[in-house]
Structures are given as C-alpha cells and as structure tokens.
Design a binder for this molecule. Structure first.
Ligand SMILES: [Zn+2]
Length: 642
C-alpha cells in the first residue's frame, strides 16, 4: 500500500485515467450553510451523523462486532449486513471531518474503527455474520451472505479516510481485507456476491493505492456475473443481476439497488480499463431505465415484494417502493457517467434525484427517514409496516438508508462542479466557494444563489492569470430561457450541448450572472403509466410538488379535480417554496364503481398550498399526492423529466 498521504485530495470518485470531466478536490468546494445544499450538509453533520452513530453504537451493529473481541456476550442479531451500516457511517464521518474540525465525531468513529479492527481474523478478514457461524465458512453464501457487499462499504470508508487524512487505522483495515479477498477469490474460487457493490469500491481502492489486484477482482466480479451461478432462488436470476452478462445487458431489471450499484461498478471498471463495450452496455441500460422505469421524482423501483425495478411504465405512485438507497445509487451512477462522457443528461438526472427522491428521505430535523418514498399516501393508509409507513421513521430493521444518506450528504459538495482541459463546469448551482486549479492556474469562484427557490446564480470569478478559458454552466433540461450577464453586461450566449459556455480570460475579478427562467410546469406521464392517467404533476425548477391534506382544510385531497388547467391559479412560490394553487371542487360518486356519467364540478374551489415533495410529511402524518387528477387527458408532453 502507498502511504495514505499520497492519496489525499479527491472526493468519492477519482478516475486515474483521463476523462472528459475531472472531479475537484474534496476541500476545494465549501458550501455556505445559508444555501440549500449547505444547510442540508450542516444538518447532516450536526444531526444525522450523530443520530446514525447513536443507533449503531447502541444497537446490534455494535454488539455483532463487539462479540468477536469479547466486548459483548449478545448473540448475532439482525440483518447479515449490519457491518455495512457501520462502514457507511465511518465514511460519512471521514468526508464530514476532513478538516479535523469535529473532534467528538472523529473520536466516536475511531472507537468504531478499533471495534472493527479487533473483530478481524488474523489475515484481516472481517464479517460479523460469517464469523458468528461455526457451520459455514467464508464465501459460502453467495446469494444472501452480502460478504463482498459489506467488504465494499468497508473499502469505500477506507478510501474516504485515505483521501481525507483521517482514521488512519481504517485504511489499513480496508486494504488488509482487500488483499485477503483478492488472494482468496482468484483461481478456482468463483464466488460471486449476490449484491453488487464491491466493484465500484474495489476500483476506488485501486485508484487510491495503485494495487492492480483490486481492479482485477472488480473486473472478475463483472466477468463471473450473468451465467446463473446464483440460481433463481425466490425472485429469479434477475433479482441478483445474474441473468445476463453485464456486457450484454440491454434492460434495467431486478433489485433496484443491486442494478444501480452494478452499473456504477461497470462504469468504473470501463473507465479504468478503457473498456468501451462495457461503458456502452451501462449506457444502454441507463437509457432503458430513464426512458421507461423512473418516477417523476427520479426514484427507481416500484415493487415492494423483491425491491425490484418492475416492468416498463410500472410506476404506481401509491405503491412506489422507490428505495432511498436506489436514488442515492442513481445519483452516484449519473456522476460517474457525467465524468466519463461530459454529457448533460446525467447531471440533469442527478438534479432530479437530489431535489426529490433523495431529499425527501430525510426530515427537516435530520433524524427521521424514509426507506420507501411513495408519491402518494392515501387517507386511512395503514402505516404500521415499516416498508410503507405514514411518515419518516427514526430507524429501520434493515437500516441501509440512513447511513447511506449520511455519507452522501457529507460529500455532497464533491458532486457539483468539475474541471476539464478547457476550463471549469458548474453542473449544479450552489451557495458557496470553489478554489480551482485549472492546469496550474488558480481560480476562485464565489457563488451565491437562491436555487432552487429562484433561478438566478451569481459567481464572482477571480484569477490572477491572463489566459482564455471556458466557464460552463449547465442549463437544466427543464429550462427554456436563460440570460447571461458578465459585469452587468447582457451577453448573447446560446447553450451548446446543454451548457452556457463563456470563454474569456477572466483575469482579475468578474461577476457572472446566470438566470434560468423557472415557470411552474405541468407534467403528464406517458399513457402507459396507467396509474396516473389523466393526472398532472406540478414542478418548478428542479422541484416536484406535492399536495398534502394538511393544506386543503376541510376538502379531501383524494379528489381534487382540476377542470381546466387554463383556469388553474398558480401563485408565486413563498420563500419556503410553498406554491399557492386553486383547484376546482369535484362532485363524484361515492361508490367504488358507478355507471353514471361523471358529474361536472359544482364550482367549489379548493385553495391549497403545494409543498415541495421533498418537504412533505414534516408536519405529522397526512395524506399526500404528487399526481393530481384532471378532467381530461392531457398528454401532449410525454416528457418525464420535470
Ligand atoms: Zn436502503
């Protein structure tokens, strides 16, 4: 292993080969706590990470590891992958404490690292579920054991520790285990983990250490997959993504998180090995996923039974499983594809997922979470089952999502901006600063924006070097009109491949102002999404809206009836993004099925305030719906993306 300090710098994804776009250093971007991204990251640091650590330290995740060093007498309990939740939390602390500022969190994390280190076997292998069983050895339960899945999360935590220069022992724990796995899972041992995840983790550990063995093990997992080794078991080979070799895959299918993590690993291996066919396969599956199997919120996976993506257009709003981890994995996948191709479509999908499917999963306190993220919760919903609760919960029996959120948000600033051979790219407007190095030329960007409440972003661009370079700003797919000013002067700039590109020397300090027009948009779904036929969803900018029972008084949100969209009143959004609307009142049969003609509106108006979907449920359980029924079919626009 190379000394950890040589690896310091970058964020979660750092290709070692030239890619069209390059990530910036983890310390290069600082978010202002007054902005949308920065306030969430601050809430994550001050509330979510401590909350996650509390649950891990006081629950089975701790005792499962502690029993291996004699610190606990409790038997193994819970999911076989409880170790992975500890690793995700450690990764969150590493990204969050890169500046060493939070001594308390670092010391809590250090205690967990010591716990993991003490649980290891002599050769560095660690998995509390496997070590708890005397009847089964290592690598003996490929279908359900999650052994490499857990290892992958350990490797990603080690990568974060190495790049942030914290938790040094975690780097050793990770690489020791990786060395053992690379040695044992070679030759005749064709163990294939049922839950893809380790592929991207091994590639990143290779990127940190230069150890070719890690990259080879990642590629080997891809090469072994697709031949039915894992068997159909309960849900079929698709569930494990073992039904077709990844290079031949054409459709997004199976368990949503497994599919998306697999795609991340495919992109990483493809980039590092120059495997164009593998990258093309990932793009093919991406196209299928985003054309027919993605919710308007950017979520994936409609089926509860096997946490699966589902058929094309099978996107019921009330039965949406839409697991938080799938949305996070989608965000991670789109970032990888953005770096690998430079294409805007991937940044667009990151934005939809972030502002909707991911943001909705955390409460405004930072301590309550959704695992499944439906687009409709009915009046009288039975929320007693934790896979479809009426509101956010503080923890879960299967606790994968909260620590996944913690690690993503701790590194959120790593996903906003890139550099390239031609200059710098702002993919996502944010409030904060960026210190960039453009081929040896230092550049400072000070960004201020009210995004997503408003469409204006200002950037003070400072550099002492006189050299022409391009500052590119993504124009979201939903945005039809833009205005660009530099030092107050209006410029005629036509977007090129989805980006406003301003080439000049930028010597000194100049103010760039970009304005996105941000009207309220009425979105309808493809006619094959039967569950929302005749419905519209409202969006403004990247934010999809929802109607909560709390905001309609005595009326019933189960039956709003927008008789004529032209007459629909939509007011300007308030500072907290609430959107006042007027809906026409309905007259409907109370019977489950009726043959009479549907009656016209009685003229009653419902005055309501739509809330950003990501903020619903923060005022207690209440019925909610994203899709609002309308009187007629309006499917002129089949676009899914808001
Ligand atoms: Zn999850």
């Amino acid at each position: 292993m190379v000394p950890m300090w040589t690896a310091r710098g970058t964020g979660p994804v750092a290709p070692t080969v030239a890619t069209p776009l390059r990530p910036v250093d983890h310390a290069a971007v600082r978010l202002s706590t007054t902005g949308w991204h920065g306030s969430w990251q601050e809430r994550n640091r001050s509330a979510t990470i401590p909350h996650v650590l509390d649950h891990l330290e006081n629950g089975e995740a701790w005792t499962n590891l502690a029993r291996l060093s004699g610190r606990s007498a409790a038997p193994f309990r819970g999911m076989v992958f409880t170790d992975s939740d500890v690793y995700k939390a450690l990764e969150a602390v590493a990204w969050s404490c890169a500046d060493q500022s939070d001594v308390a969190e670092l010391s809590r994390a250090q205690a967990l690292v010591e716990l993991v280190a003490a649980a290891r076997e002599d050769d560095g292998y660690v998995n509390s579920a496997v070590q708890a069983r005397s009847d089964r050895g290592r690598w003996s339960d490929a279908q359900w054991g999650h052994e490499l899945y857990c290892a992958g999360h350990l490797f990603q935590a080690a990568v974060a520790a190495a790049r942030c220069g914290v938790l040094a022992e975690l780097v050793t724990v990770g690489t020791d285990f990786a060395d053992t796995a690379a040695r044992e899972l070679s030759g005749a041992n064709e163990y294939l983990d049922g839950h893809p995840q380790v592929e991207m983790a091994l590639v990143e550990l290779y990127r940190v250490t230069g150890e070719q063995r890690y990259l080879e093990l990642a590629r080997r997992q891809l090469d072994l997959r697709g031949y039915g080794r894992l068997g159909p078991d309960r849900f079929g080979s698709q569930y494990f993504l073992d039904h077709v070799p990844p290079r031949e895959a054409r459709e997004a299918t199976g368990h949503a998180v497994r599919q998306l993590y697999l795609l991340c690993g495919m992109v990483d291996v493809a980039v590092e090995t120059g495997d164009a066919a593998l990258l093309a396969a990932a793009d093919r599956v991406w196209t299928d996923l985003f054309a027919t199997k993605t919710y308007v919120t950017g979520a994936h996976g409609s089926r509860h039974r096997d946490e699966a993506i589902g058929d094309p257009y099978e996107l019921p709003p009330d039965r949406a499983y839409a697991e938080t981890c799938a949305a996070i994995a989608s965000f991670q996948l789109n970032w990888r594809l953005l770096l690998a191709t430079g294409e805007r479509r991937f940044a667009d999908e990151m934005e939809v997922a972030l502002f909707n499917a991911i943001a909705v999963a955390t409460s405004d306190t930072g301590t309550r979470f959704f695992y499944s993220n439906p687009l409709q919760v009915r009046s009288g919903h039975d929320g007693s089952n934790e896979d479809a609760p009426s509101g956010r919960l503080e923890w879960f029996t299967c606790a994968c999502c909260p620590p996944n959120l913690a690690r993503l948000v701790a590194s959120l600033h790593d996903y906003l901006i890139t550099t390239s051979a031609t200059g710098a790219q702002i993919h996502h407007p944010f409030d904060g600063t960026a210190q960039l190095d453009l081929a040896g030329m230092p550049v400072t960007l000070e960004l201020s924006t009210t995004y997503p409440a408003g469409g204006i972003t200002r950037a003070a661009v400072s550099t002492g070097v006189t050299r022409d370079w391009e500052l590119a700003v993504r124009v979201p797919a939903w945005c039809a009109a833009t205005r660009v000013r530099v030092d107050g002067e209006l410029l005629e700039v036509t977007p090129s491949e989805g980006y406003l590109r301003i080439v000049r020397s930028w010597h000194g300090t100049h103010e760039l102002e970009i304005e996105f027009e941000m009207p309220v948009r009425c979105i309808s779904a493809h006619h094959r999404v039967d569950a929302v036929r005749g419905c519209v969803a409202l969006a403004r900018g990247p934010v999809v809206y929802a109607l909560e029972q709390t905001d309609v008084g005595e009326a019933d949100i189960e039956s709003p009836d927008i008789e004529d969209l032209e007459l629909l009143s939509v007011g300007p959004p308030s500072a907290d993004l609430h959107l006042p609307v007027t809906l026409a009142g309905p007259v409907r049969s109370a019977r489950l099925y009726a043959t009479e003609e549907r009656a016209a509106s009685d003229g009653t108006e419902i005055h309501a305030s739509l809330v950003p979907y990501y903020s619903w449920g923060n005022r207690g359980p209440a019925a909610m719906r994203v899709w609002l029924p309308t009187a007629g079919s309006r499917h002129a626009d089949h676009g899914r993306t808001p």
